[in-house]
Design a protein around this ligand. Structure first.
Ligand code: SF4
Length: 374
C-alpha cells in the first residue's frame, strides 16, 4: 500500500491518478514553499521556546539563510501568526507537541501537525495548522487526515482543527465530526482503488506528474479553446470565475514555452518559420542612468533636486539587500529594520495601495477572530 502524506491528500482525493509517482521527477524552484517552511520553523521555535521572542531578529536571519528567502517575506507572516497565537489560541490550550509527527498504525498515512494540543477537561485533541498560501476549497481533506491520525494515536474522542490563514490574518475553528471522517474515509478508499482515474484542474498546480500527464495536456488544450470564446462572455462573473484556474494553467504553459524557445535558439540558432522568416534572439540594449554620476548633471540642469522626484525611483528590495550584506553575522534583520525605521522617520516612505486578483474566503464562510476554542 502506498503511503500518503496528509499534505498530498487534497490533491489525491481530487485526482486519484496523482498518487502514482512520475517516471521522471523534475524539481522546480518553489519560492512559495521555501517561504512556507521558513515561517513554519519560526513559529515552531517561538511556541517551543517563547523566550526566543527576544531574539526574533537572530532567528529570522537564520531561517532566511537556511531557506534562501528575504526577511521581509517572512517577518510579517511570523508576526501575524505570533499575534493570533498569543491573543486567541494559546491562552486556552495545553500544548502536547510542536511539529508533531502523526502516523496511521499501518503507515498508510503520515503527516506532521504544526501544533498538537488539548483543552483541559475536554476529550478533544486540538490541531493548529499554519497556512501561508491563499485559502483553498479542499484543505479540509488534509485537516481531517490530521484529525483521524490524532484520534488513532491517543485517548482523544474528537478533534478540533484551528487553521490560521496568515496572509489573510484570520483563523477558522472546525470540529471534525464522525460523519466528516466517514465521508473522508470513503473518498480515500475510492482514490486508493482508482489510481487510473484522472481529474485535471486546480490540483495539477502542485502535482509532481504535471510535466508528463496527458490529462493535464488535454486540459491545457481545452483551456486555450475556452479562452478564445471568453471575450464574448466577459461580463458574466460566473464565466470569468470558472476561467481563473484555466488562466493559471495557460500562463504556466506559456512561460514554459517561451523558456524552451529561448533555450532552443540559444543552443541551435534561429528557428525557420517556413515563410522566409525565422524566430531568433535579438540583442536589446538598455541604457539605465547611473544615479551617482548623474546627480551633478541633474542638479546643474534643474538647479536643485526639488521637483524631479517623479523621475527618481529607489529600489527598496535592492537597497535592503545592500544593508543586509553590510550587517554583521546574525544582525541582518535588525540592520534592515533599523534602516527602514530611519527612512520612516525621515518621511521617506509613502504608503500606496493598489488592487490585485486574489482568492479569498467568501464572507459567509469566514469565522472571524472569535474565541479559538469556543
Ligand atoms: S497533473 Fe493533474 S490530472 Fe495529471 S495526475 Fe496530476 S493532478 Fe491528476
Amino acid at each position: 500500500m502506498r503511503t500518503f502524506h496528509c499534505s498530498a491528500l487534497p490533491r489525491i482525493l481530487r485526482c486519484p491518478a496523482s498518487q502514482v509517482p512520475p517516471e521522471i521527477v523534475i524539481e522546480s524552484d518553489n519560492v512559495a514553499g521555501r517561504i512556507g517552511q521558513a515561517v513554519h520553523e519560526m513559529l515552531a521555535d517561538y511556541i517551543n521556546i517563547p523566550a526566543n521572542c527576544h531574539n526574533v531578529e537572530f532567528a529570522l536571519s537564520g531561517v532566511c539563510n537556511k531557506y534562501q528567502v528575504e526577511a521581509d517575506q517572512i517577518a510579517p507572516l511570523f508576526y501575524i501568526g505570533k499575534r493570533i497565537w498569543d491573543e486567541h489560541i494559546q491562552p486556552t490550550l495545553m500544548v502536547i507537541g510542536v511539529e508533531q509527527p502523526l502516523v496511521w498504525p499501518d503507515g498508510a498515512i503520515t503527516g506532521t501537525a504544526d501544533v498538537l494540543a488539548y483543552i483541559e477537561d475536554s476529550p478533544a485533541a486540538v490541531i493548529v495548522d499554519w497556512k501561508t498560501g491563499s485559502p483553498t476549497a479542499d484543505h479540509r481533506d488534509q485537516l481531517i487526515a490530521y484529525g483521524k491520525c490524532a484520534l488513532l494515536d491517543s485517548e482523544f474522542e474528537r478533534t478540533k482543527i484551528i487553521t490560521v490563514w496568515l496572509r489573510d490574518q484570520f483563523f477558522d475553528v472546525e470540529d471534525i465530526t464522525p460523519e466528516d471522517i466517514a465521508d473522508w474515509e470513503k473518498r480515500l478508499t475510492y482514490a486508493r482503488e482508482h489510481p487510473e482515474e484522472y481529474c485535471p484542474g486546480e490540483a495539477c498546480t502542485w502535482c509532481p506528474s504535471k510535466y508528463e500527464c496527458k490529462a493535464r495536456k488535454q486540459l491545457v488544450q481545452t483551456a486555450a479553446t475556452d479562452f478564445v470564446g471568453a471575450s464574448e462572455d466577459a461580463t458574466v462573473p460566473a464565466k470569468l470565475g470558472s476561467l481563473y484556474f484555466h488562466a493559471g494553467i495557460l500562463q504556466e504553459a506559456l512561460d514554459r514555452y517561451y523558456k524552451a524557445v529561448k533555450a532552443t535558439i540559444g543552443a541551435s540558432g534561429p528557428i525557420p518559420l517556413g515563410d522566409g522568416r525565422s524566430l531568433g534572439l535579438i540583442d536589446v540594449t538598455q541604457r539605465p542612468i547611473s544615479l551617482i554620476p548623474a546627480l551633478p548633471v541633474i542638479q546643474e540642469h534643474f538647479g536643485s533636486l526639488e521637483g524631479i522626484a517623479p523621475a527618481l525611483k529607489v529600489k527598496k528590495g535592492e537597497l535592503t539587500k545592500l544593508v543586509g550584506a553590510q550587517a554583521d553575522r546574525g544582525q541582518k534583520g535588525k540592520a534592515i529594520k533599523a534602516f527602514m525605521d530611519s527612512l520612516q522617520e525621515a518621511g521617506a516612505i509613502r504608503e500606496t495601495s493598489y488592487q490585485k486578483l486574489s482568492i479569498v474566503k467568501t464572507p459567509a464562510l469566514t469565522e472571524g477572530e472569535s474565541d479559538a476554542t469556543a
